[in-house]
Design a protein around this ligand. Structure first.
Ligand code: ARG
Length: 569
């Protein structure tokens, strides 16, 4: 489809006298198949041409008549009211698409736009010594999917886990551990235990406020680099990381750098100094701030009265450090919508510091996720652990397998793929900015809009292709694929690239999730209407090639969401 689009641009551009990029941007997909594959709305020209869009469209259609006779991709162009509708040659489309999928395999659909450019993605970022909660699930799966999507666009991606591993809470935790802790309980279930200590501390501090002051002293010890404090902190950090890594392994997520907040400790003073040199810092009740009133934003707090630095200060250092190191084309923060103000302030301060790359920083926000009550017992009050959610999903998937296909090989492995896929898809299929009501019955429904639904279609195709007398042959007469179902399927496969692009540009994996659901639906329609194995001769071969293309795009698409596709289930 990209080639077709480029050809439209090259025939249209000399006539309309707009920049190529503008012509490209104007092209839209008409609401119905019979109206063509791309449409150029002539309204944009109306003003400068001093003619109605209808007249312009008719004029252009006539002018283009000859040009397209020699064109490779464009089979027809029609003027419909103010629109100029282009039709793609069905023959060429089928052939290029299906051979493309066959030869390019896992690279099918990928683009080259990002070649030579770095995109830094800050995602996941849980806080150590605290449970990896469900809130961090969203950042983790959205971030990891954007990472894969940007890679498919040709960018070099750098995934950074900006761990929350610094702050006054660690002073309190150390004190709590010194007062009540035991190494044995800590080793047994580190995060739960640390969390319990944390809760206990807060209860105790309500009765005895002097504990707060004591906790702050411990944090001071840590900031001053005192031996005992440092040791405890790094012990807590290591134990936490070990647990987080177990989750990342299961979700098949890796980072290129694990630079938590503590990584920037040495750079804080320098950053505050350069802000001061630029006269951007003010003192306010003993604290240091950057006044952002002129921009309608509350002040950005750099340093508290007691000298402690803050989340925002560390984020400033991190952004500057990242630019120095990666010269990024874009820096993407995948963090909940609750922190929108923080990022507005951060980007504004960077802009005030005169960094031209400040405008290349983006906050990609998302809403909350809520679990239907009753379905999950939790280890601790109403706090939901991500790992429990994954375990539960895998367990439910295992039960479904036992019911539907008890003889399946590698049951555990497949249950893991289905269960984890369902959790990821249950998140990514929603527009990220909306809050999600996570419903177990819905996410695991094999016939609903779920990943098991997509995975199932994939496994079904694999089972057809495994049959003895089936071989996929790419050099085949694909113009035999004439029915509406076949045409719809080919067109869907051909639109894979532009779907990736749209998902990247809007930072919305949900666009890709939606696409995969529709592709699966198109496949099921086709499979209902058009026999594959019992079709005759060349048509049979052409249909085999078609379903192999669907298989490839399903695998590639699921991969971009971070989901595996079992070949049997
Ligand atoms: N640890 C933070 C939290 O849990 C998220 C950090 C996001 N990344 C960043 N650079 N601020 O809220």
């Amino acid at each position: 489809m990209e080639n077709f689009k480029n050809e439209i641009v090259s025939v249209l551009q000399p006539l309309v006298q707009l920049a190529e990029k503008d012509v490209q941007q104007q092209l839209t997909v008409p609401p119905e198949l019979k109206m063509g594959d791309y449409s150029f709305p002539c309204f944009v020209l109306s003003k400068s041409w001093k003619r109605s869009p209808q007249e312009i469209s008719a004029f252009l259609a006539e002018k283009l008549g000859e040009a397209i006779e020699e064109s490779f991709w464009i089979s027809d162009v029609k003027s419909v009211g103010p629109y100029l509708n282009f039709f793609c040659s069905r023959e060429k489309l089928a052939q290029e698409t299906l051979q493309g999928a066959f030869y390019e395999k896992e690279k099918y659909g990928h683009l080259q736009e990002g070649q030579g450019k770095n995109v830094v993605i800050d995602f996941s970022a849980p806080n150590i010594a605290k449970p990896f909660g469900i809130g961090h699930l969203r950042s983790t799966v959205i971030g990891s999917s954007l990472y894969r999507i940007y890679e498919a666009m040709g960018y070099n991606c750098v995934g950074i886990n900006h761990l929350g591993d610094w702050g006054t809470q660690f002073g309190k935790l150390m004190l709590a551990y010194k007062l009540w802790g035991s190494e044995d309980s800590l080793r047994e279930d580190p995060i739960s235990y640390l969390y319990q200590l944390y809760v206990k501390f807060h209860k105790a501090a309500e009765e005895d406020p002097s504990l707060e002051e004591e906790g702050r002293k411990w944090f001071k010890k840590l900031e001053d680099g005192e031996e005992e404090a440092l040791q405890l902190w790094s012990h807590f950090r290591d134990l936490s990381l070990r647990e987080f890594n177990r989750i990342y392994d299961r979700l098949d997520i890796t980072f290129d750098a694990e630079q938590g907040e503590s990584f920037y400790n040495e750079m804080l003073a320098g950053t505050i100094d350069s802000l001061m040199e630029q006269n951007l810092v003010q003192e306010s009740e003993g604290a240091l701030i950057v006044d952002l009133e002129a921009f309608g934003l509350p002040p950005c707090l750099l340093r508290k009265k007691d000298g402690a630095t803050l989340y925002a200060t560390r984020d400033l250092c991190a952004a500057i450090y990242r630019y120095e190191k990666y010269r990024f084309h874009r820096l993407i923060y995948v963090v909940g919508a609750a922190q929108s103000l923080h990022f507005q302030q951060l980007f504004k301060v960077l802009e005030c510091m005169g960094f031209p790359w400040a405008e290349r920083c983006v906050h990609v926000p998302f809403g909350l996720i809520k679990f239907k009550e009753g379905k999950m017992s939790t280890r601790m009050g109403n706090l939901i652990f991500l790992e429990d959610v994954i375990d539960k999903a895998v367990e439910l998937a295992r039960q479904i397998i036992e019911e539907k296909n008890p003889g399946l090989k590698d049951k555990n492995r497949v249950a893991e793929m289905i269960g984890i896929g369902a959790v990821i898809f249950g998140d990514l299929s929603n527009d990220r900015i909306k809050d999600i009501d996570f419903d177990w019955d819905k996410v695991l429904d094999f016939s609903g809009e779920t990943s098991p639904y997509i995975q199932y279609a994939h496994a079904r195709i694999c089972s057809i292709l495994r049959k003895e007398n089936v071989t996929v042959i790419p050099e085949i007469n694909t113009s035999l694929l004439e029915t509406g179902e076949e045409q719809a399927l080919i067109l869907a496969l051909a639109r894979f690239s532009e779907t990736i692009k749209k998902a990247a540009e809007t930072y919305k994996p949900s666009i890709l999730a939606r696409y995969l659901i529709e592709l699966t639906r198109d496949f099921n329609n086709f499979y209902h209407q058009c026999p594959v194995l019992t079709a005759e001769g060349e048509l049979r071969q052409a249909r085999i090639l078609l379903i192999d293309g669907v298989r490839q795009v399903l695998v590639n698409g699921l991969y971009l969401l971070g989901i595996e596709a079992p070949s049997e289930m």
